[in-house]
Each structure stands twice: as structure tokens, then as C-alpha cells.
Design a protein around this ligand. Sequence first.
Ligand SMILES: [Zn+2]
Length: 100
Amino acid sequence: MKHTHGSEAVEAGRLRGATDRTDYFYFFCPECPGDRLLRILDYQVTRDDKENEYNASSKHKAARSFITAFEIACEECGFRDCVKISSVGRQGGTHAEALG
Ligand SMILES: [Zn+2]
């Protein structure tokens, strides 16, 4: 996996996604029209700890603290970037608040 940091193309709400008719989640290409689905080429766990600092103040307890980075790419336009999913980012609130 080449990068573990995304570019501005995926920040500020520009990378969106949704599940298909099952429970699989897909990211949409931020460059192509029509919510074209991206491929996920690789992933890397960049943090994995047994504790979670937010458990003390949260109703639902996380099993661990993790950060997973995904390398994403569009077959159509050549877009290629990185996005992360973690248990140590925001723990609630609204998307508008997360955008700042
Ligand atoms: Zn594309």
C-alpha cells in the first residue's frame, strides 16, 4: 500500500458511499458522475490497541482502538487515493459538525 493519508479529494465530505442491496459498503468516485463505485485495492491497520479512551464516556463500549487505511481507485477515470475508518475519531454528533 503506497499511501496512508488521503488527499484533499477525499476530505471535507467529498468522498461519499453507501451499501448496495446487501450489507457491503462501497465508496463512490469523487471525480466521476453517477456514483461510480471504487475498487478497494488494499488496506493497512495503522493502529490497534486494546484500550479505547472514549469508553469511559460512551454508552457503547469499543473492543479496541483501531485505524484502518484503505487504498481506493476508480477503474473509469484513474482516481486513486486513501481513506481511513477508525474507532478513535469522532464518537457521535452530526456530519455538519464533523465538517467544522
Ligand atoms: Zn472515477
